[in-house]
Design a protein around this ligand. Sequence first.
Ligand code: NDP
Length: 454
Amino acid sequence: MAHDFFCIADNPHDYHSCFMDGLKKRNPGQPEFHQAVEEVSRTLLPFIFDNKKYLEHKVLERMVEPDRVISFRVCWEDDNGDIRVNRGFRVQFNNTIGPYKGGLRFHPSVNESILKFLGFEQIFKNSLTSLPIGGGKGGSNFNPRGKSDREVMRFCQAFMTELYRHVGPDTDVPAGDIGVGAREISYMFGQYKRIVNQFNGVLTGKGLEFGGSKIRTEATGYGLIYFAENVMNHKGDSVEGKRCLVSGAGNVAQYAAEKLIQKGAKVLTMSDSNGTIYFKDGMTVDQLAAVQQLKAQRKRLSELDDESMSYHAGTKPWDIEADLAFPCATQNEIDLENAEVLFKNGCIGVFEGANMPCKNDAIDYLHDNGVIFGPAKAANAGGVAISALEMSQNSLRMSWTREDVDEKLRSIMRDIHATCVTYGEQNGHINYLAGANIGGFVKVADAMIAYGTA
Ligand code: NDP
């Protein structure tokens, strides 16, 4: 069996086995990274075999090896004066078509495997936006939950005290992700500015007062629904009137729910890691505002005081009958069993707001049963797209209007959908996963070949 990436096979299937075997041996104990590469490589290899230049140049083998992985100590003091030590990371995966770009995640589960899966996905997602951004991801196993504002501030400052030397507006431009919102970005930006004595667009998701873009906060959730609407329109349908399951109650989930309500869909659920809230008649704008207020106060959904909804502790939304599902919480939240229940309950489309929320066997099941599957790298690319536009506005020292940015977001999501259709058409059906993987791959791969081997 091959231990490295030297595979010889005359068909994609055998090549894939050898390739994955080599990848697992080179990256032991990284199941999330294996899963992300598996999802991409099995749809890409038939295309690569039809376009042998990518095989000859070993582009996929080169792409799965990050440019570098930086790991560092983050030492800070809690409110009791005790010294706390966390681990920080930045995975600079691929800067072929632009500076590394991807969020920072603060969550106790963060490790190298999770950040490599996210960074790898980001290469394809960023390429799909058609904007000049490479792929990266970072974060820490720090848990912001239950920490005071001042503890979060001290952690963010300590984190940036190391990270600053690895990032820069033309090098690597991080953004937010799980556990990193406006508060954390502001603390980190303040610290960066203090250390380097420069005001530049090193982070995106900044406050509007200091270089942030309008619509950035809403962009991932809104973009997800614009993408879903494009898919439904392509089938001669729309999201209007559809009963929708949304998981998560954070940044992506809140604005996906808002846009669904605006489009006349019924949002039946939201969730957090403790349970699900269920609005049997669909959530109203006021109820969504109540959820947003609760979350701004960093409270749990179980604390929502509303008699027209029910709270189900310890459950996920997927058992409820609905037409469309929007997983917007975290990776691997839809397994095969969840996919089976969704299909049996009449679900016709699953659109990933979170990164890799569906396991690979769940994706296979959805495809096999004709359920539309909108993969994260296409469906949730709106956030990073507007981050790239924040970078442009920072470079120009200009600020575009809300209407301008929203129109650009709609147009980018339309173009991503069109790219998926171009590359994903298979016997009259659109395989959005193949379309997104191939569409995201081609631009990066061609540029890598043009640069020569290094
Ligand atoms: P937030 O931190 O704002 O919200 C995350 C939500 O998911 C919370 O409701 C949280 O609940 C829930 N959640 C987190 N971990 C788990 C878990 N292990 N099990 C169950 N629920 C969980 O993050 P975002 O909304 O920014 O990110 C959500 C997803 O979207 C992630 O996969 C992220 O990578 C992806 N994404 C985000 C983008 C962005 O612009 N923010 C861009 C593209 C993708 P609790 O509070 O209980 O932890």
